[in-house]
Design a protein around this ligand. Sequence first.
Ligand code: BES
Ligand code: MN
Ligand code: ZN
Length: 505
Amino acid sequence: MKFEVKATKLESAALDVIVAGLFEDEKNLPEELGQIDVALAGLLTDLLASGEFTGKAGAQLLLPTAGKISARWILLLGLGKTVDYQLDKLRQAVARAVQAARDSKLSSLGCPALGAWRLANHPEAMGQVIAEGAYLGLYQYEAYKTEHEDAPKRLESLTLLVKAAELTAMAQGVESGEKIAKAVCFSRDLIQTPARDMTPAILAERAASMAREISDINCRILVEEEITQLKMGALLGVARGTLGVQPPRFIILEYFPKPSIKPLVLVGKGITFDSGGISLKPAEGMEKMKYDMSGGAAVIGALRAIAELQLPVNVVGLIPATENMPSGNAIHPGDILTAMSGKTIEVVNTDAEGRLILSDALTYAERYEPAAVVDLATLTGACVIALGHQAIAVLGNNQPLIDRIRAAGDRSGERTWQLPLWEEYSEQIKSDIADMKNSGGRPGGTITAAALLAKFAGNYPWAHLDIAGTAWEEKGRPYAPKGATGIGVRLLVELAKDFAGMSSP
Ligand code: BES
Ligand code: MN
Ligand code: ZN
């Protein structure tokens, strides 16, 4: 899709369709639609007055213009209540608009960034969010489709119609939004790819080729021998089930535009398939466990976006990657692993593997003397029970860092909710024969998983994001079609901007 920003009036945009956003509780026609309403003999006023178009969030009505204005169609789009309206609602509205245009086989869409749905005085943020909504809303994973029900539908162009005075700021915002959205879609592709075609080695190769493509990112891939030399016993323990078949990788991405400043280190869980290991998961739904590398994919995507935006902040990405499979070599429940830090972990459940591989990555992170470490992982089913599919769980050892993450989540539309990490919770992971055990049972499962990670977080501010409930979308939302959401990328970009000292609305 081609994205253009033009200072053209709505009524004179010669496109297939233009969007008109209308609020539920605003019964007067917004000013910028006045001319169009006149040209259409009062049709819009009538539809509003009669209540035939409500303006409820998501309401849509596609009307032909019969040559009365330059565009062939006008799409009325409900924006919901004025009080609820903020940047994420705009992102959603644009996604709905591009989908409606695509599904009606219209190829050029005009989207006004003026009048009704503007958000006061943030032209750049508006441009960014509009671009994100459009690209994320149009995302489709088609790599394995050979049959299409119809001729493929494509939206060819989106033209953002803006005030001349705001053209530069909007265009800048659009450019950033495009880069961020493309990084999110890149992560989504990595996650959607079936485990057979997204092994640890392939994931590492995808990270490396991304790093070659984008300037200023350095990528190093540690293979089994190096992982062994580093004594990453927890990662190797999980990898044992497929050692010799699909060996593990430890992926390192570095973006260091500012020498001698402590970096922000991002750690992502890279389980390319989680069968549970010997503590095998039930068959139903197991196919979804290809998404157990969503944290890793988010980190790879975030590094891509941060480098493309050339943010003035040092960032490192660490992704321990392995499958979790049963085999004659797989670890047994009851085995004890010695992690890289030297601590011992009794593996009471081989399905609690994410915390094992992350613990070695948290130890490895220490060598960077990080300003902060943030890990992302589809870590616990308990997170889905606690927060459902609406929020990322955040826990950590440093409240100011958690506050900054929560604010970045709110700004990006990837919202978080904090859970407590009181020391009493670590009672549940005490082992009779090792330093700790890898499962604390069902009560507070998200917290006890974080309690284990906390034992490996070194002498740095650390926070953990559990994205188990938010990394996969079952039904489809405006800008997150069914499947991988790519969650985390936008939050991490916002956090990196914060670390770079840049403020956003
Ligand atoms: N990858 C899973 C967590 C998960 C579950 C993510 C459902 C997304 C949806 C993780 O490795 C796991 O299996 N966790 C166990 C831990 C338990 C054995 C202590 C869980 O949550 O059941
Ligand atoms: Mn598991
Ligand atoms: Zn897992």
